[in-house]
Design a protein around this ligand. Structure first.
Ligand SMILES: Cc1cc2nc3c(=O)[nH]c(=O)nc-3n(C[C@H](O)[C@H](O)[C@H](O)COP(=O)(O)OP(=O)(O)OC[C@H]3O[C@@H](n4cnc5c(N)ncnc54)[C@H](O)[C@@H]3O)c2cc1C
Length: 492
C-alpha cells in the first residue's frame, strides 16, 4: 500500500531538521516524514570525519533559532555539531519521523490529485517504495555524498603511497610520523593541515595552485562568553546571535563594497602571523577579490602557528604528475609523500540527484527559475533549502521554513491545495549560484536559474532577505488553485 503524508522532507541534515521543526510546530495535526538515504542524521556533520573537522561559521548563527547554541566555543567541532543536531531532533520527536535508508529517486506531481508520488529506493534492501505527499521539501544539501571531487592527476596509479579524499576519510588511517601532502587551499585544507600536524603527522605540506583569503578568529569569543554566563539565557542567545550577524554580514558587505581596503586589511592581519621565510605575496595573495570565493577562517591562527613551528610548509605551484614517490610540480620540484590528501572539493548536485516531474513530464532544471531561492517556477507544492555561502546556512533555512509555513497556512485558510510560482518572461536569467569557486562553476549549468531581479534574484544578504521573506505570501508570482478533481482524488 502506498503511504501518504501531508509533508515529506528529503534529507535529515541541518536543513531537514529545521524544516521538520517548523512544519510540525505550525501543523501539529499534519503527518510528515523525513526521508534520509543514509543510516544517520546530521548530513554534512555526520559524513565528514577528517581530523579537525569543524564549522567555519559561528555556531550562534549556524545553530537553530529555536535551540540556542549555549557552548562558549563559537567555532565547533564536527562531533559537537552532530551531537547538537541529534539532540535537537530527539527533543522535538523529529527522530521518530525519519525514514532512514530511504533515497528519493523521482517525484512526480499529479495535478489532478494535487499530490506528489515519490519513487524511493531502500538503500539497505534495494527495494523500491512508493509514497505520496501533498507538499514536498527538498533539504538534500548541495553536493554528492558518494563521491568528492578529485581532478584527473596523471600518474595517479604510479604513486606508491596512499591517496585519501577528506570526504571519505578512512577511520583507521595511520599518518603518525608520515609525510603528508594536502592538495588544496580551501576550508577543508586549512582545517585539516594544522590538525594533522598537531596530531602526530611527520610533516605536512600544503600544496596549492591558487591562494585563498584566510582570516584568523579566536575560537572563544570573550564578549559572547560574558553575555552567555551573566545574562538570562534567552536574552544572551539573542544578543550573541545579533552580534555575530552584524559582524559577519557587515564584514562581507565591507569586502564587496571596498575590495581594495578589504585586501589591505586582510593582508595586514595575515602578514604578521607568517614566519620570515614565508612570503605573503608568494603564497597568500589570491588573484581575486575577498568573497569572490568563500573566505577561510582559522581558529586561533592554528595554521600559522604550525607554519611558524615548521611542522607545516606551503608550496604554491601546479601539479605536473604523480610519481612513485610523490608529486612532480611544473617548476620541476618533487614533493615526496607517504600520503596524499586531495582536498580538492565537492561535486555539486541539485536535490540529491532526485528527478522531478509534473504530470509525467520530467523537469529540466535549467529551464526553471528559483522564486526567492526556495521554489521553482512551474513546479507546484515544492520548496527547497540552499543556504548562504557567505553566512551561516541556517539563516536562510529559517527564512525559507517560515515562508513555507505561512504559505501553507494561507492555503489551509483559503481552502487551496496547490501553489506554484509562475515565471515572469520579462525577467532575465542568471546562474543560480553567483559564486566563482571552481566547484560551483563546474556544475552550475545543471542547476535551475535565478532571475535578474527580485523575487527571482538571490541576494546572499540576510538582512535584505529578511525583508524579502517577510512579504505577503499572496505574491503576484505565486498562483494558488484547487483542481476540481482534488477532493475526489484525496477521498479516493
Ligand atoms: C566540510 C564542510 C564544512 C561546512 N561548514 C559550514 C559552516 O561552517 N557553516 C555553514 O553555514 N555551512 C557550512 N557548510 C555547508 C553545509 O553543508 C551546511 O552548513 C549544512 O550542513 C547543510 O545542511 P543541509 O541539511 O542543507 O545539507 P546536508 O548537510 O548536505 O544534508 C543533506 C542530507 O540529505 C540526504 N540526502 C541527499 N540526497 C538525498 C536523497 N535523494 N534522498 C534522501 N536523502 C538524501 C543526505 O544523506 C544528508 O543527510 C559546510 C559544508 C562542508 C562540506
Amino acid at each position: 500500500m502506498t503511504q501518504h503524508f501531508n509533508h515529506i522532507i528529503v534529507g535529515a541534515g541541518l536543513s531537514g531538521i529545521d524544516a521538520a521543526y517548523h512544519l510540525n510546530k505550525a501543523f501539529p495535526d499534519s503527518s510528515y516524514a523525513v526521508l534520509e538515504m543514509r543510516h544517520a542524521l546530521g548530513g554534512t556533520w555526520d559524513l565528514f570525519r577528517y581530523p579537525g573537522v569543524r564549522s567555519d561559521s559561528d555556531m550562534y548563527t549556524l545553530g537553530f533559532r529555536w535551540k540556542a547554541w549555549t557552548g562558549t566555543k563559537a567555532i565547533a567541532d564536527g562531533a559537537d555539531i552532530r551531537a547538537y543536531l541529534e539532540e535537537a531532533a530527539a527533543e522535538n520527536g523529529i527522530d521518530e519521523h525519519i525514514l532512514f535508508h530511504h533515497k528519493l529517486l523521482r517525484a512526480d506531481f499529479d495535478s489532478n490529485a494535487a499530490r506528489w508520488r515519490l519513487t524511493v529506493q531502500r538503500t539497505d534492501t534495494d527495494e523500491t517504495v512508493e509514497l505520496t505527499c501533498d507538499f514536498l521539501m527538498s533539504t538534500s544539501g548541495y553536493y554528492r555524498y558518494d563521491e568528492g571531487f578529485t581532478p584527473e592527476f596523471e600518474g595517479r596509479d604510479d604513486f606508491a603511497g596512499q591517496i585519501v579524499h577528506p570526504q571519505h576519510w578512512p577511520e583507521d588511517l595511520d599518518y603518525a610520523g608520515k609525510r603528508v601532502v594536502v592538495i588544496g587551499s580551501g576550508a577543508t585544507a586549512v582545517t585539516l593541515i594544522p590538525a594533522l600536524a598537531n596530531s602526530g603527522a611527520g610533516h605536512v605540506t600544503m600544496l596549492q595552485r591558487t591562494p585563498t583569503y584566510i582570516i584568523s578568529q579566536p575560537e572563544t569569543d570573550p564578549v559572547a562568553k560574558k553575555m552567555l554566563t551573566t545574562l538570562p539565557q534567552r536574552m544572551a542567545s539573542k544578543m550573541v546571535r545579533g552580534r555575530y550577524l552584524a559582524m559577519h554580514i557587515g564584514f562581507y558587505e565591507f569586502c564587496r563594497k571596498r575590495p581594495k581596503e578589504a585586501r589591505f586589511l586582510l593582508r595586514k592581519l595575515l602578514e604578521r602571523q607568517l614566519p620570515d621565510d614565508i612570503k605573503f605575496d608568494d603564497h597568500f595573495q589570491p588573484p581575486y577579490d575577498p568573497w569572490d570565493q568563500r573566505l577561510c577562517l582559522v581558529p586561533r591562527g592554528d595554521l600559522f602557528k604550525a607554519l611558524r613551528k615548521h611542522t607545516v610548509d606551503v608550496v604554491t605551484d601546479h601539479i605536473d604528475r604523480f610519481t612513485e614517490k610523490g608529486i612532480l610540480l611544473k617548476s620541476g620540484q618533487e614533493l615526496e609523500a607517504d600520503i596524499i590528501v586531495t582536498a580538492t572539493g565537492l561535486n555539486l548536485i541539485a536535490f540529491g540527484g532526485a528527478e522531478l516531474a509534473v504530470d509525467g513530464e520530467t523537469v529540466n532544471l535549467p529551464d526553471t527559475m528559483a522564486f526567492k531561492g526556495m521554489m521553482l517556477s512551474g513546479i507546484p507544492n515544492f520548496a527547497f533549502i540552499v543556504g548562504y555561502t557567505n553566512a551561516s546556512w541556517t539563516l536562510k533555512a529559517d527564512l525559507v521554513c517560515q515562508y513555507v509555513v505561512r504559505m501553507l497556512q494561507h492555503m489551509r485558510d483559503t481552502g487551496q491545495s496547490v501553489v506554484v510560482p509562475r515565471k515572469d518572461p520579462s525577467v532575465g536569467e542568471e546562474p543560480f549560484l553567483d559564486f566563482a569557486a571552481g566547484y560551483v562553476l563546474r556544475a552550475v549549468e545543471q542547476f535551475p536559474k535565478q532571475g535578474s531581479q527580485e523575487p527571482w534574484k538571490l541576494k546572499m544578504n540576510y538582512f535584505r532577505d529578511r525583508k524579502v521573506f517577510a512579504e505577503s505570501v499572496q505574491h503576484p508570482a505565486l498562483e494558488y488553485s484547487n483542481p476540481p478533481k482534488h477532493r475526489a482524488s484525496v477521498a479516493g
